[in-house]
Design a protein around this ligand. Structure first.
Ligand code: CTP
Length: 411
C-alpha cells in the first residue's frame, strides 16, 4: 500500500556507485513503485540504458531530444510527474550544478522544473567530499525546502582509500523512502497544485443507449471508468467539473459542479449544448453510439413480428459539432478508439474534430480498454506524441490532466 502507484524519478550521475542504481530500480519496482530513470551523459559510462529500461519497464532518458525521431523529452513534464526525485549516486559535479542552478543536461533541467521533494545520495572520493567547495554546496542544498541528503557513508572507496564518501547503501535509501511514504499517507497523495482552479471542465463519459423498443437498445461496452477518473483528476486540480454521463454503474465523484445522467446520443448532445459556451476545457471521453434505429417502437416488439432488419440513422457527432463552434479560449480533448493505424487515425480525428489533444486508445492493447481498471494510451498534442505506459485508470487520468495543464494556455 505504501508503495503502490508512487512515482519516483531516479537520477543517476557519473559515479562508480551507479551500478548500485540497478539494484535500487529493481527493488523499487518489486515494491510497486513506478520508476522513471534519467541519467546524466556521464552515468552512461557506468550503466547501460538497456539494463535500466528493462528493469524500470520505461524508456531511460538522458538527452533533451530522443535520438530516434528527434522527439523532444519534456523535462517540465518529467519534473511534474514525479512524487519524489532521488539522485543516487549524486556526483560532486551534479551536487555543484544543483547548488548553482546550472542546466547543461536533462537531469538538471528536470531538477530545476520539479515541485516535489528532492533527495540526493552523494558519492565521491574522501578528499572531494572534504573540499570546502563541496561542503559549501552541501550546506546550500540541505538548507533548501524539500531537499534531503542521505549519506554519504564511511568505508572503502573506489580510489582504494577509506573514509567518508561512499554512497549510502541502496537498502538504506529504500528504507528511508518507505518510512517517508508511510508517514505522509498510506495512499498516493493527489498532486494538489490546483492548476485548474476557476476553470470549468466538461466531461462526457460512458456509453450511450439507442432504443429499439421500450426494452431493447444498441450500445457498447464502455464502463465510464476513464471518464469518471478524469473527473476526479480535474477535481483534484480545483476545477468546476460538469460530468455528462451515459448509463454506467459508477457513483459520481463528490464535489462535482453538475452531474447530468443521459441515455441516448441525442440527450448527451443536448446536455453538452447547454454548457457549450460556458466551459473552458472539454474532455469527450464518451463512447457515443454512431447510429440509432430510425424508429423506436413503443412497447415491446413481439417475436411473431419477426424483425430481421433494423434501419439505422447516423447520430450527431457531438465532439465534431463542438469543435466546429470552438471558442478561442476553449481547449478540446477527444478520444480515438482504434484497432488499426492508431496514430494516423488519431491525428486525423484531432484535426477533423478541431481538438487540441487527442488520446489514442488501442483496442488490442493488453490490460487496456472497456471495463478494465487499467489503461495504456498515447497522447497527441502540441507537445508531440507521448506514450503513457500501462497504469491504473486513476493514474492515467492524473497524467493526462498534468499533460493537459502543460498544453493549456488560457488566452
Ligand atoms: N464522439 C462524439 N460523438 C459521436 C462520436 C464520437 O462526441 N457521435 C467523440 C468521442 O467521445 C471521442 C471522439 O469523438 O472523443 C472519437 O470517437 P471515436 O468513436 O473514436 O470515433 P468516431 O468519430 O466515432 O469514428 P469511428 O467510429 O469511425 O472510428
Amino acid at each position: 500500500m505504501v508503495w503502490n502507484g508512487r512515482k519516483l524519478l531516479l537520477g543517476i550521475t557519473g559515479s562508480i556507485a551507479a551500478y548500485k542504481s540497478t539494484w535500487i530500480v529493481r527493488h523499487l519496482k518489486s515494491k510497486g513503485a513506478d520508476v522513471q530513470v534519467v541519467c546524466t551523459p556521464d552515468a552512461l559510462g557506468f550503466v547501460t540504458p538497456l539494463t535500466l529500461s528493462t528493469l524500470s519497464e520505461r524508456p531511460v532518458y538522458s538527452e533533451f531530444v530522443k535520438s530516434a525521431g528527434g522527439e523532444w523529452v519534456n523535462h517540465v513534464e518529467l519534473g511534474m510527474w514525479a512524487d519524489l526525485i532521488l539522485i543516487a549516486p549524486c556526483s560532486a559535479q551534479t551536487l555543484a550544478k544543483m547548488a548553482g542552478g546550472l542546466c547543461d543536461n536533462l537531469l538538471m533541467a528536470v531538477y530545476l522544473s520539479a515541485r516535489c521533494p528532492v533527495w540526493f545520495a552523494p558519492a565521491m572520493d574522501i578528499d572531494m567530499w572534504k573540499h570546502p567547495a563541496t561542503a559549501k554546496n552541501v550546506k546550500e542544498l540541505t538548507s533548501r525546502a524539500n531537499h534531503r541528503m542521505l549519506g554519504p557513508a564511511n568505508g572503502a572507496l573506489a580510489s582504494g582509500l577509506n573514509g567518508v564518501g561512499r554512497m549510502a547503501e541502496p537498502q538504506e535509501l529504500i528504507d528511508a523512502l518507505e518510512a517517508h511514504w508511510a508517514s505522509t499517507n498510506a495512499d498516493v497523495l493527489p498532486q494538489a497544485t490546483e492548476d485548474l482552479r476557476n476553470k470549468m471542465v466538461l466531461i462526457t463519459a460512458g456509453p450511450t443507449r439507442e432504443a429499439i423498443d421500450d426494452v431493447r437498445y444498441i450500445s457498447n461496452h464502455s464502463s465510464g471508468k476513464m471518464g469518471y477518473a478524469l473527473a476526479e483528476a480535474c477535481l483534484e486540480q480545483g476545477a468546476r467539473v460538469v460530468l455528462i454521463s451515459g448509463p454506467v454503474t459508477l457513483t459520481p465523484p463528490q464535489g462535482l459542479y453538475a452531474f447530468v445522467a443521459v441515455e441516448s446520443a441525442h440527450e448527451m448532445q443536448k446536455a453538452v449544448e447547454s454548457y457549450r459556451t460556458k466551459f473552458d476545457i472539454g474532455i469527450f471521453c464518451a463512447a457515443v453510439a454512431d447510429f440509432r434505429p430510425v424508429h423506436k417502437t413503443t412497447g415491446k416488439i413481439k417475436k411473431q413480428d419477426a424483425v430481421t432488419r433494423i434501419e439505422m440513422h447516423p447520430n450527431p457527432d457531438i465532439l465534431a459539432e463542438v469543435g466546429r463552434n470552438k471558442q478561442p479560449q476553449q481547449f478540446l480533448v477527444g478520444f480515438a478508439l482504434e484497432s488499426a493505424d492508431g496514430i494516423a487515425e488519431a491525428r486525423r480525428k484531432k484535426s477533423t474534430k478541431n481538438c487540441d489533444m487527442m488520446i489514442l486508445n488501442r483496442i488490442n492493447n493488453k490490460g487496456a480498454g472497456f471495463g478494465a481498471d487499467t489503461n495504456r494510451v498515447t497522447l497527441l498534442s502540441a507537445l508531440g506524441i507521448r506514450e503513457l505506459p500501462l497504469a491504473s485508470k486513476k493514474d492515467i487520468a492524473r497524467d493526462i490532466i498534468q499533460h493537459l495543464i502543460l498544453c493549456y494556455i488560457p488566452s
